[in-house]
Design a protein around this ligand. Structure first.
Ligand SMILES: *Cc1c(COP(=O)(O)O)cnc(C)c1O
Length: 365
């Protein structure tokens, strides 16, 4: 049996007519930039995240950079984040001229440890960017409290957390700003690059200007901005897919529960959840001390497992060159050596899950 890590074709087949019609409407009116698809999606996504209208941008990375710029964070400033994440989280900080400061993760949640965040604060710290990694909400209560006490901005990297909830609130509605990615493989994925920012209306107004060349009107530019708009075809696709997101998230959570049940007692460490939060299982990540062997054996069985992420950011050549190689982040480093992402996507079948779980159990035995 072949089980891919994600299967975008399987999903497209379930919504083909809706998607094709939505794209065709844009082709017919040829309003490829801005327009009603973008503003309708911004309103719909904002209400999904239980806030005002979102601001659509060109990618999750653009969302992070524009969020930092809107908070006036730049050279001389420090931003505390995690090194157990996709590169873009720190890259955005570096690209605005600020310095990332990596705090260690909590070994059971994989998210940044609030105590480590608080210890990393200096008089240059301006913001904290927690990542809701794999779809599990970061500890926002403690982080929001730390940010309030120290006068720091809280920017959620919600690229993996569409529909996740922290206590009774939606991820994306808690920080000063929150950054979403609609990269095709994300829980809400476009058919190309796309992203959005939600949060404080004043900061969002600035981002709306910054994404479009700092423009006030067609010919008048108020500040140096970026060309990082969301385009109409992506917005049209996202508007269709957003209508299915609740049902797809429920499917992911059911599949995760099935894996939990099938892997119980196998000896592998399955993902933990906080019962008061809502994990949306962008990825289903287990830990194994024999990770590389497990990965090879899954791959030989036709199972598309992945590693998110094998090289912590402080060990990436780009950050070693900037002097980060000496950082000591023990929980981050051991996670990077042990994590394996098993296939999970809404359309995965019961047979596929059983096949994968059976293989993992036999390997662990
Ligand atoms: C995907 C991702 C990003 C970047 O999003 P793009 O849309 O690919 O630019 C940033 N942070 C995290 C945690 C991600 O998973």
């Amino acid at each position: 049996m072949y089980v891919p890590l994600v299967d975008l074709k399987a999903q497209y087949h379930t919504i083909r007519t809706e998607i094709d019609d939505a794209i065709q409407r844009v082709l017919d009116h040829t309003g490829f930039i801005g327009g009603e698809e973008v503003s309708r999606f911004e309103a719909a996504f904002g209400s999904y995240v239980e806030t005002g209208p979102a601001v659509g941008v060109a990618s999750g990375t653009a969302a992070l950079e524009l969020a930092l710029r809107a908070c006036d964070i730049g050279p001389g400033d420090e931003v505390i984040t995690t090194a157990h994440t996709f590169f873009a989280t720190a890259e955005a900080i570096s690209n605005v001229g600020a310095t990332p400061v990596f705090a260690d993760i909590d070994a059971t949640t994989f998210n940044v440890d609030p105590n480590a965040v608080e210890s990393a604060i200096t008089d240059r710290t301006r913001a904290v960017i927690p990542v809701h990694l794999y779809g599990r909400p970061a500890e926002l209560d403690s982080l929001a409290d730390i940010c309030r006490r120290h006068g720091l901005r809280l920017i959620e990297d919600a690229a993996q957390a569409h529909g996740a909830r922290s206590r009774d609130r939606a991820c994306g509605s808690i920080g000063d700003l929150a950054c979403f990615s609609f990269y095709p493989g994300k829980n809400l994925g476009a058919y190309g690059d796309a992203g959005a920012v939600t949060g404080d209306p004043g900061l969002l107004a600035r981002i709306r200007k910054l994404r479009d060349h700092g423009r006030l009107s067609k010919y008048e530019h108020d500040e140096i901005g970026h060309g990082e708009r969301l385009d109409a075809i992506q917005a049209a696709v996202l508007e269709v897919k957003l209508r299915h997101l609740t049902e797809w998230t429920e499917a992911r959570r059911r599949h995760a529960a099935t894996y939990d049940r099938l892997l119980a007692g196998s000896g592998v460490a399955t993902p933990t959840q906080d019962p008061l939060d809502r994990h949306v299982f962008h990825l289903y990540v287990i830990r194994s001390p024999r990770r590389d062997e497990l990965l090879a054996s899954l791959s030989a069985a036709g199972i598309g497992a992945g590693i998110h992420y094998p090289i912590p950011l402080h060990r990436q050549p780009a950050y070693v060159q900037r002097g980060f190689g000496e950082c000591r982040l023990p929980a981050t480093e051991s996670a990077a050596n042990e994590v394996v992402s098993l296939p999970i996507f809404p359309e995965i079948t019961a047979d596929q899950i059983e096949y994968v779980a059976d293989h993992v159990r036999r390997f662990a035995a």
